[in-house]
Design a binder for this molecule. Sequence first.
Ligand SMILES: Nc1ncnc2c1ncn2[C@@H]1O[C@H](COP(=O)(O)OP(=O)(O)OP(=O)(O)O)[C@@H](O)[C@H]1O
Ligand SMILES: [Mg+2]
Length: 283
Amino acid sequence: MQKKIETVKTLLEALPFIKEFNKEIVVIKYGGSAQTSPQLKEKFAEDILLMYLVGIRPVIIHGGGSKITEMLDALSIETKFIEGQRVTTKEVMRIAEMILSGEINKDLVSLLNSHGAKAIGVSGKDAHFITAKAKDFAKWGLTGNITNVKAEVINNLMAEKFIPVIAPIAAGDEMGHPGFNINADLCASYVAKAIGANKIIFLTDTSGVLDEDKKLLDTLTKAQVKKLKSDGTIHGGMVPKVDACLEAINGGVKKAHIIDGRLEHSMLLELFTSEGIGTQIVK
Ligand SMILES: Nc1ncnc2c1ncn2[C@@H]1O[C@H](COP(=O)(O)OP(=O)(O)OP(=O)(O)O)[C@@H](O)[C@H]1O
Ligand SMILES: [Mg+2]
């Protein structure tokens, strides 16, 4: 009996947060680094389902850079990065689309649906809802910068109670264009801005943004981000992530968090407890 009372107490503790986020849109960037074990993926699916069932409207954007690199290696195609961004030749674009839209997206959609969700997978090419142009074709090929997000596509899916799962691929404007490979972190923030998300959460493979002594920074401002980037404390895959957080909060998203995807139920800890976890980027 005591145990049951504890369960009820726990539920009641979450009540203010459930109220706060009722009908709010929460965008989740599910990093490739956080998708490592089948067990973690199960927990992720449970968290999304719980969020959905208490009235939150989740929208998922997934990454998958390491799987693209794995496949390129298997096919003996060279992987090249310039300034942390993948060089996307036409051949690499084909593989990126196969892995992102074909494999990872469908895996994630199936996983969520097998848990009882109504998830639907799309990429920016579906209904042409994300368009891009080349960042610098001579340098990065088909790696794109987003030029437009048609919010109504995602809004319509949410209105029909779907959980949209988005692969970070954009359509090009010209007829027959192979499309663009876009950074998943920035894709998440552009989508979050366009659909008026309340919150954006980046699930990754560190406890958050770490300082030079590897200590977790629980809050970061724009000025701090600038400094940590310029002295190299924030580097590699963390650069687009903090940029994406700033992009989101400048675009009207209320809160941006970078949290540990290796930690079971980290999203629920962030959403439904007063302490929160990871790093919060503030205006
Ligand atoms: N100051 C920092 N604090 C924490 N991590 C950092 C920092 N600077 C760089 N990093 C690196 O950023 C990585 C996270 O970005 P990464 O792009 O690898 O993952 P992801 O975005 O979650 O996955 P994917 O790119 O596949 O979607 C960390 O594993 C770490 O190596
Ligand atoms: Mg990344």
